[in-house]
Design a protein. Structure first.
Length: 143
């Protein structure tokens, strides 16, 4: 049996993700954030004050991964943990002024990386491409 990685969706998605990661890293590093923090920041920029559990569910990551990410974000001065208003066992994850201050620059950086990556696609192809990725993710999450 042979396997051609140049036509393997999994291989190509992984390779593309690594390239996106490196491009994003280069753009957001001056802002004091790293790509691993970016999904949590996006979720918190949309709705500040979520619990760790809510972020885990929203971002579809492991609890331990989120705990490590949030620890680093707290260390880097991007978030602070506050008592939950109704659940004494829970904490809410709140953005610091530092994280709020870099939001627009981070959005711009991510848009620039997306535009660079998709420059060879027409607007219609970009829409199709994103739709295909969303459908693929949905298919893999059904298990």
């Amino acid at each position: 049996m042979t396997f051609d990685h140049t036509t393997s969706a999994g291989y190509l998605v992984n390779h593309m993700a690594r390239l996106f990661f490196e491009e994003l890293r280069a753009e957001i590093d001056p802002l004091g954030i790293v790509p691993g923090q970016f999904p949590a920041l996006l979720a918190l920029w949309q709705q500040d004050g979520q619990t760790q559990r809510e972020l885990v569910e929203k971002l579809d990551v492991e609890q331990a991964t989120m705990a490590n990410t949030l620890n680093r974000m707290e260390r880097d001065g991007l978030i602070e943990r506050k008592d939950h208003p109704t659940d004494r066992r829970a904490k809410t994850i709140c953005l610091t002024q530092k994280a709020r201050a870099v939001r627009d620059q981070a959005y711009t950086a991510a848009s620039m990386v997306n535009d660079k990556a998709l420059v060879a696609l027409s607007p219609e192809e970009r829409t199709q491409f994103v739709n295909f990725m969303q459908r693929t993710i949905e298919a893999l999450q059904k298990d």
